[in-house]
Design a protein around this ligand. Structure first.
Ligand SMILES: NC(=O)C1=CN([C@@H]2O[C@H](COP(=O)(O)OP(=O)(O)OC[C@H]3O[C@@H](n4cnc5c(N)ncnc54)[C@H](OP(=O)(O)O)[C@@H]3O)[C@@H](O)[C@H]2O)C=CC1
Ligand SMILES: Cc1cn([C@H]2C[C@H](O)[C@@H](COP(=O)(O)OP(=O)(O)O[C@H]3O[C@@H](C)C(=O)[C@@H](O)[C@H]3O)O2)c(=O)[nH]c1=O
Length: 286
């Protein structure tokens, strides 16, 4: 199976690369923004004319939630128009599109975990631009999987986990919010799930929710990172319920993952157990 993975320098694409090494039946091509700018319609069309794929996993995205508020044009250019360009080419070339989306398409007011069929209602520019991208995928590309996930972390790049560790080591006085609840999700787990969807050859297209299990506030997440990091005496972690940001964020964006579990026979670990296992691996690697 020939798989195109966009956004090669991002954390999820790097985790897909790690996971794909174990599967000799998968021939993955990873393209960075420099090699394939998804917002450039002509470049995307030319790329698909010159290369053949069975699947495309789109991890490329504008992911800076704060900056998106004042940079709406670029957020939409990538998360909406860029995704539209890919969806059109996947449809034309009979490529199955796996598109990654976010819990931020929801407004966060629902008290029970969000199902795939629940109403969306983004409350920030990033979430709205991602929802627009999803809508292009469903409208333009029949063979698609939209996989919504939440609070991704890994050892790669800038994410909440790497940012907290770096602050702990510097001794920054941190106040982390208890105002939002969601589910931290290991990006390696999501990478495995995306490949499982491909390898399963179950062609039940549509929207799926995948996150690790359980729920946490950002403060809970930071506390668990610190707990598992061993001795960092200079770490200075406190909580707050008034952290000021440019972007509003959903108060409660837990995803209901029943559909992905049942369709692809997936077992999902609890976020804190997964974080512990992940950090043990990272710290014991040579
Ligand atoms: N991070 C998270 O917590 C969550 C992420 N998601 C979604 O998961 C997916 C993967 O996110 P993640 O890996 O964390 O994000 P990253 O920000 O780590 O990676 C995104 C990558 O996309 C690339 N990119 C940006 N614009 C373009 C473009 N025009 N053409 C091609 N590539 C481009 C970036 O390139 P460059 O390196 O040059 O900037 C970057 O390498 C995204 O769709 C995101 O919306 C969903 C829920 C949570
Ligand atoms: C740095 C910092 C942030 N915060 C708050 C701000 C925010 O409410 C929360 C998380 O901050 P971040 O900006 O790291 O997280 P954010 O960029 O909102 O994370 C989101 O990214 C996108 C891509 C997604 O799709 C989402 O699922 C989610 O993972 O923590 C503090 O309370 N104290 C701090 O010192």
């Amino acid at each position: 199976m020939r798989i195109l993975v966009t956004g090669a320098h991002g954390q999820l694409a790097k985790c897909i690369k790690d996971a794909s090494i174990k599967h000799t039946s998968l021939a993955c091509t990873f393209v960075s923004r420099e090699q394939l700018d998804i917002s450039n319609n002509d470049a995307v069309a030319l790329y698909f004319r010159n290369h053949s794929f069975d699947y495309c996993i789109n991890t490329a995205a504008y992911t800076n939630v704060e900056k998106a508020e004042s940079d709406k044009e670029n957020a939409y250019l990538i998360n909406s128009e860029g995704v539209k360009n890919l969806a059109i080419q996947c449809e034309e070339h009979n490529v199955v599109l796996l598109h990654v989306s976010t819990d931020y398409v929801f407004d966060g007011t629902q008290t029970v975990p969000y199902k795939e069929t629940d109403n969306t209602g983004p409350i920030n520019v990033y979430g709205a631009s991602k929802l627009a991208g999803e809508q292009h995928v469903s409208a333009l590309c029949q063979k698609h999987f939209i996989v919504r996930t939440s609070w991704l972390y890994s050892q790669y790049g800038h994410n909440f986990y790497t940012s907290m560790l770096s602050h702990f080591k510097k001794g920054t006085a941190l106040k982390i919010t208890t105002e939002q609840t969601g589910t931290p999700t290991n990006a390696q787990d999501l990478a495995v799930v995306l490949l499982t969807i491909i390898l399963s050859e179950v062609y039940q297209y549509g929207v799926y929710h995948y996150s690790n299990d359980g729920e946490a506030t950002w403060y809970d997440f930071a506390s668990e990172i610190l707990k598992n990091a061993g001795q960092i005496p200079q770490a200075n972690l406190g909580s707050t319920n008034h952290y000021s940001t440019f972007a509003r964020r959903p108060e409660r964006s837990i995803l209901n993952t029943k559909k992905v579990k049942e369709t692809f026979s997936i077992v999902i670990p609890l976020w804190n157990e997964r974080l512990k296992g992940f950090m043990e691996d990272v710290y014991t690697q040579p």
